[in-house]
Write a protein that binds this ligand. Structure first.
Ligand code: PGA
Length: 274
């Protein structure tokens, strides 16, 4: 009973943690954006003032060419995937050394499109997470349930399993380099984000699971049809520490609108009042 009360208190604190901290707002460009389009996007971000931590995940070609544009704007940039081997005969893959050479400090791992279309398993995802952290990257690990899993109400089991398998054998100090993106597969690219209630409840569950399994409080981003219309409402929800944005992150005006709206809420103390 006492133990449960203590756990509740820890979870409560972990949900409030983000209230004092800036949000992490990340755009995942997927297989979109040429170098030229990326440069135009970066130009619109010129001089942007924000308390938030901004991150962009371009395709590999644009990644190398845009490094200086992002650095100028204090925008972090990362890769959408990274191989778990250091080098060798792995046609089509990218290594940590290649990414480090261009100053790339972040990597997305386990995005549902990689799990679904390229059959990435939790075992491979775990190897990638461990290798990326060992190589000095900050990792956003993506997890999320399918529509069937949500409807059958076993999504909590699915998410817990992903957290157990994908974070296997991560050392305590390595968790500092990790952040989780909760992206319900059914909300990605569909224009239909999860409801505020579903987001709040699931983020709480993920925070609670991370505390129970690993005694860790990690930032949790929400991803799945975030746009300039729903971002500020989602940002107000407990346990939401930022966004991973697909479609709306391809349009600089929409991306900036999301930053500004959540910034205003931050400045106005709106998000931060419990
Ligand atoms: P979406 O994609 O914002 O287009 O739904 C999110 C993602 O896949 O990271």
């Amino acid at each position: 009973m006492e133990e449960r009360k203590e756990l509740e208190e820890i979870i409560r604190c972990s949900l409030k943690r983000h209230l004092k901290e800036p949000l992490i707002i990340a755009a995942n460009w997927k297989m979109n954006m040429t170098i030229l389009q990326g440069k135009q996007f970066a130009k619109k971000l010129d001089g942007i003032e924000t308390n938030h931590k901004l991150l962009v995940f371009p395709p590999y070609t644009a990644l190398a060419s845009l490094a200086s544009d992002f650095t100028r704007n204090k925008v972090g940039f990362g890769a959408q995937n990274m191989n778990q081997k250091d080098k060798g005969a792995y046609t089509g893959e990218i290594s940590s050394e290649m990414l480090k050479e261009i100053g790339c400090g972040y990597v997305l791992i386990g995005h549902s499109e990689r799990r679904l279309y390229y059959h990435e398993t939790d075992r491979e995802i775990n190897q990638k997470v461990r290798w990326a952290i060992e190589e000095g990257f900050k990792v956003i690990l993506c997890i999320g349930e399918t529509l069937v899993e949500r409807e059958q109400e076993n999504y909590k089991e699915v998410l817990k399993n992903q957290l157990m398998e994908d974070l296997r054998e991560i050392n305590r100090c390595e968790f500092d380099n990790l952040c989780i993106a909760y992206e319900p597969v059914w909300a990605i690219g569909t224009g239909k984000s999860a409801s505020l209630l579903q987001i709040e409840e699931t983020h709480r569950f993920i925070k609670e699971t991370l505390i129970t399994l690993y005694d860790q409080r990690l930032p949790i981003l929400y991803g799945g049809s975030v746009n300039e219309k729903n971002a500020s409402e989602i940002a107000k929800k407990e346990g939401v520490d930022g966004f991973l944005i697909g479609g709306a992150g391809l349009d600089a005006d929409k991306f900036i609108s999301i930053i500004k709206q959540t910034e205003n809420a931050w400045n106005g103390g709106e998000i931060w009042n419990p």
